[in-house]
Design a protein around this ligand. Structure first.
Ligand code: GAR
Length: 192
C-alpha cells in the first residue's frame, strides 16, 4: 500500500454538503496520535455548508464545479500535486471521480458511505434499506477504486434499525457512527 507511517500526511478532504465528517476529521487531525493533517478542502459546491470549517480552522479551500469534468479534474489534480497531498478523504462528496483521477492517486483515496457495503451502493441508501425491511444498516470506510463504492473495505460499523425508523432518523444515527469510524479507519490504514 502507498501509505506509510511518518510525519503527518498532508490530507485533502472533499465535500459537497454539510461537512460534519469534515469537522470530525479536522478534530481528529489535531490529536497527537493522528497520522494526518488537513491542508486542503475541496468542494464541487460553492454553497456547501461545510465550507465554513475552512474559515473556522483556517484551512485552504478550493471550489471545482465539475461543469466540464475533464477540465476541472485536470485543474484539481494539479492543485493536489502542487500542495503535495498524500491522502484524499471523500466525505460526503457527491461527484463521481474519473478513472484517470483515481489512477493519479492510486491507493490513497478513501471514502465513507452510509451503508454496509457491498449492500446499497449509490444514492438514497436509507430509503432503500428501510424499503427492504433490513434489521441492520451502518457505514463503511473503503479505498476508492474505479468502480463506484466497490474498493477494498477498511472498516464498517453496524447499527440496529428500530421499528419506528425513518430515513431521517436512520441517517442521523449512522452519521454519528461515521464521525467515529472515519478516524478509526485512518488509524487502521496507517497500521496504528
Ligand atoms: C454522509 O452520510 C456520507 O456517508 C454520505 O453523505 C453524508 C455527508 O454528510 N456520503 C455519501 O452518500 C457518498 N455516496 P456530511 O456532509 O455531514 O459529512
Amino acid at each position: 500500500m502507498a501509505l506509510s507511517i511518518g510525519s503527518k500526511k498532508k490530507t485533502a478532504v472533499f465535500i459537497s454538503g454539510n461537512g460534519s465528517n469534515l469537522r470530525s476529521l479536522i478534530k481528529f487531525s489535531k490529536l497527537k496520535k493522528s497520522p494526518i493533517s488537513i491542508n486542503l478542502i475541496i468542494s464541487d459546491n460553492l454553497m456547501a455548508k461545510g465550507l465554513i470549517y475552512a474559515n473556522i480552522f483556517k484551512i485552504d479551500k478550493k471550489i471545482f464545479k465539475f461543469k466540464n469534468r475533464k477540465l476541472d479534474e485536470n485543474k484539481l489534480i494539479s492543485e493536489l500535486k502542487k500542495n503535495k497531498i498524500e491522502l484524499i478523504c471523500l466525505a460526503g462528496f457527491m461527484k463521481i471521480l474519473s478513472k484517470t483521477f483515481i489512477e493519479n492517486f492510486k491507493g490513497i483515496i478513501l471514502n465513507i458511505h452510509p451503508s454496509l457495503l457491498p449492500k446499497y451502493k449509490g444514492l438514497n441508501t436509507h430509503d432503500r434499506v428501510l424499503k427492504k425491511k433490513d434489521k441492520y444498516s451502518g457505514c463503511t470506510v473503503h479505498f476508492v477504486s474505479s468502480k463506484l463504492d466497490s474498493g477494498k473495505i477498511i472498516l464498517q460499523k453496524r447499527v440496529k434499525i428500530s421499528k419506528k425508523e425513518t430515513p431521517k432518523t436512520l441517517a442521523k444515527k449512522i452519521l454519528k457512527e461515521e464521525h467515529k469510524l472515519y478516524p478509526k479507519a485512518i488509524l487502521k490504514t496507517f497500521n496504528l
